[in-house]
Design a protein around this ligand. Sequence first.
Ligand code: WTA
Length: 652
Amino acid sequence: MPQEPAAIASVLQESRAFPPPEAFSRAAVVGDSDRHERLQALSREAPEVFWREVSRELHWFQPFTTVRSGSGPDTRWFEDGTTNLAYNCLDRHLEGPARNRAAIIWEGEPGDTRTLTYLELHREVCRMALVLSELGLAKGDCVGIYMPMVPEAAIAMLACARLGLVHSVVFGGFSSEALKDRMNDAGARAIITADGGWRRGQVVQLKAQVDAAAPSIPTLEHVLVVRRTGTPVAWTEGRDVWWHERRSLVGEQHEAVPVGAEDRLFILYTSGTTGKPKGLVHTTGGYMAQVFLTSRFIFDLKEQDVYWCTADVGWITGHSYVVYGPLLSGATVFMYEGAPLHPGPDRFWSMIARWGITILYTAPTAIRTFMKLGDDHPRRHDMSTLRLLGTVGEPINPEAWMWYHRTIGGERCPIVDTWWQTETGAIMIAPLPGITTTRPGSATQPFFGIRPDIVDGQGQPVPDGQGGYLVIREAWPSMARTIHGDHARYLTQYWSQVPGSYFTGDGARRDADGCYWIMGRVDDVINVAGHRLGTMEIESALVSHAAVAEAAVVGRPDEVKGTSVVAFVTLKAGRKGDEALKGELRNHVATEIGAIARPEEIRFTDALPKTRSGKIMRRLLRELAGGGEAFGDTTTLEDLSVLAALRQDDEG
Ligand code: WTA
């Protein structure tokens, strides 16, 4: 076990409660408490019947006969069925009222806009699928997607799904080094990218990053380039192809390839407790069922909604709740390309007013940023179309929750605080907005069929009110099936800490009403501005710099970002720790991983405090990082070995 549950004792006591507004419940997808209870009982007592009923709404080329087989980490869902996720997101809607409904409404950072109906999106996806198959890509091949937030990002994912290609989306903010590592681990044969994307008025040069990575990706054969910014790009004949050129040469009819329910849909890399990100593998059928149902029930999606999830497609939230979940539900998805505060602090609110957005799903870090900027910016816009708000990615502090509720939601919108992970694929704990009484700071209740529990270091359940480790007792449809290329790591990391249960890596407590309060990570993963980062990953980036002997990275509580990165660094003999080197090291991390991992602060020390067994005393470093002032001028070397000696017996 990573850290004693006592260390994650909860201090949060929140008694404010917000029952769903009556009018909301009356119109909600799940608003009737009798129906809710029936569904709950069914999902608890007969989860297989429950998930069979859900999945029947979706299209199967070959219907499944078994809902669930195997157990624990080896659980398979709908194993003998064949389906296609893109077919279910698109083709399935073409015969019904969604045919001419907007599937994607998009606004670029410069203010340009596009709208694609389900019919139009279907055609674009078919075209891209045809282009990809002309390049020789076939079922099971891995394709990297490294894109700005433009409709073609979703089109690329759907085109891969349509062909049974396994996509691996890499967040556009990651560096070419990070892209290279991920593409090599996945063995990508192609990358879909763009010339660039707009961010804070600047062009992010995505194609140039791909060019830098490509020579070190031996499996890479093709780079399909979407023209977005029109910026000049270098060109490698035989490898690079323009999307707009190929698109005009293909038809617009393409038959979706039937894939097995347990066939791989995507690999998505996320940070863990080692220096190397892990590629979580998600499969098709179970993922589809759970993202479909959670989208519809938790976001209460209706045909008149304009739904906006602000996540980038590079994260799991973008996969499940920008692209797949809402499109499975036939919803209208709003998508925005750029930075939240560009060109001014009210960009979000102006878009909500202009597009009549009804559902907003964003991260607490964004809410805190806006809160700091003051109420004037949102007040200037008519946001009365909003009817539901959501949060994800980190615990939301009650103050931010209340601000969101009052200033953005006008006190009329339920807030769904949704707890889940890259590994879980879909939302696991969240309110149902027409049913659940919400409490600021709590993700409230488990979703249908999900069985969380809170346990101590021995894996024993703890009493309500007491902090412990959050585990999931039973397999669920959208869970990751393995870590790409390292099944052993998947088993030890997630399924061996509490035998028979999935170990989340989060601390939490459950209150007397059965509400869950997530307290944050209990391992060496930190959550910076809603982005999940492994401290080990940043450490190994630092150590790869010629001047660095050793590095230890910890999180420091931050008012806006939740956590910020502080690095303690020891230098090689003869290297002088000065401001210039600090800058160099911060940039080095940005080059190795991406700007999101750049340490907020670097502190040089002549030794890292370690236990007798050689383990870095992270708790001590966290305290030091949080204390700040006492250590004054941070350019001078801190003699942490002395402190370490004093604290030897403290951690062990
Ligand atoms: C944290 C994002 C509190 C948690 C979907 C988890 C949350 C990690 C919440 C996963 C929430 C996510 N309340 N904490 N509502 N949602 N987390 O893989 O620590 O990027 O383990 O998935 O974010 O981050 P990931």
